[in-house]
Design a protein around this ligand. Structure first.
Ligand code: FES
Length: 102
């Protein structure tokens, strides 16, 4: 198989036992998935978008991580934020405005 250039992880608050119930899920992270996938595709970015269990930075959610770059974003609340993150990713750069990691 051909590996994608980027893996975009969207926290959806899954717990080891039970349903998704954490901060990112409650703040609407699930609704971002389709937009990220479609917008990345429209831009010609080679990405796979998937969801995750809690990433342990709930207070900064919704949280999105881009690998292999290890870009961690918080406050990803809507399409306008995604657009800025993807703008930076088109240049293989971190969008510092929403970065929550050093
Ligand atoms: S629920 Fe997303 S970081 Fe914890």
């Amino acid at each position: 198989m051909k590996k994608p250039q980027y893996l975009i992880l969207v926290c959806n608050s899954y717990r080891v036992a039970g349903d998704a119930q954490g901060a990112c899920n409650k703040k609407g992270a699930t609704s971002l998935l389709q937009y990220i996938a479609e917008e990345a595709s429209d831009r010609g970015l080679d990405v796979v978008v998937t969801t995750t269990a809690c990433l342990n930075v709930c207070s900064q959610g919704p949280v999105v991580v881009v690998q292999p770059n290890n870009f961690w974003y918080g406050g990803v609340t809507g399409e306008d934020v995604i657009d800025e993150i993807l703008d930076a990713l088109e240049n293989d750069e971190c969008c510092e405005k929403y970065s929550i990691a050093d």
